[in-house]
Design a protein around this ligand. Structure first.
Ligand code: 13P
Length: 282
């Protein structure tokens, strides 16, 4: 069933867990995510990035992700992730997404505020919720590469929260998007202070490849939404490779597709259990 981002995140904060936010790039990944969440009875945030949506075709994504969201037995927040193009964000709002993220985090503070306000105003009119980012989580996010990694500044974050009234705030505390992250050293002191001062639920991007113990600690210090993209892409690819290793002459897309679904599902279940969101769905 379709759920509200903010309500799920506040429930998570009170219940000391984080809602897993998984990216999907194809139907197999989407099915693996939903099957995992249903089996574990976990709320889930089903996310599509702008470039993944353009790859699948906007109308296709809108049709199949909305129907999967409405039919699911657990709360599903259908979320537009890393929106850079405000017109596309507005389309996702019009079509019925639960929430949208605007990523203007590399722009100057005032520009980030201005663009976030434009999205907030449009979203509010349509009963849709908004996530925005302050500080910058760098790395490889789909087709975009950003080498800069700017930790969130507490004063800026407070000002941003006051000016924009967003529903979820993505912060930068040392993760980065993609596979190659170098040494991962999360700034837990910064997170603790942000959590004490910021009322808006806090989001961690770039969480693939981060040790689960670090993610658990981040949850204990206030993170309520954890974004996972790359680890599910790897699982999807491994599912297909594994099937072809066992079926060299195979060709049936439904069969190697099912293997991809199973691998994605297994990886999603690992994260769900680590984030302690299992048995919190109904
Ligand atoms: P990873 O690919 O590093 O998991 O990051 C995903 C993400 O933050 C999507 O918003």
């Amino acid at each position: 069933m379709k759920a509200s981002l903010k309500k799920e995140l506040i429930k998570a904060r009170n219940g000391k867990y984080a809602v897993p936010a998984f990216n999907f790039d194809n139907l197999e990944m989407m099915k693996g995510i939903i099957e995992a969440a249903e089996e574990e009875n976990s709320p889930v945030i089903l996310m599509v990035t702008e470039s993944a949506a353009l790859y699948m075709g906007l109308d296709n994504v809108f049709a199949f992700s909305l129907s999967a969201t409405n039919k699911a037995k657990i709360p599903v927040v259908l979320h537009w992730d890393h929106g850079f193009d405000i017109e596309l964000i507005k389309k996702a709002i019009d079509v019925g997404f639960s929430s949208v993220m605007l990523d203007s985090s590399l722009k100057p503070f005032n520009q980030n505020v201005k663009e976030t306000l434009e999205v907030v105003e449009y979203a509010r009119k349509n009963g849709v919720e908004v996530e925005s980012e302050i500080g910058h989580v760098g790395g490889k996010e789909d087709d975009r590469n950003s080498s800069s990694n700017g930790y969130t500044d507490i004063t800026e974050a407070l000002e941003f929260e006051k000016l924009t009234q967003i529903d979820a705030l993505a912060i930068a505390i040392g993760t980065s998007h993609g596979l190659f992250k170098g040494e991962i050293k999360l700034q837990f002191d910064l997170l603790e202070e942000l959590n004490q001062k910021i009322k808006t639920p806090l989001v961690l991007h770039g969480s693939s490849q981060v040790p689960l113990e670090d993610l658990k600690k981040a949850i204990s210090l206030g993170i309520t939404k954890i974004n996972i993209g790359t680890d599910l892409k790897i699982a999807c690819a491994n599912g297909i490779k594994d099937w072809f290793e066992k079926n060299e002459k195979g060709y049936d897309a439904r069969k190697y597709g099912r293997s991809a679904i199973d691998f994605v599902k297994a990886e999603a279940i690992k994260k769900i259990r680590a984030f302690n969101s299992n048995n919190k769905g109904r």
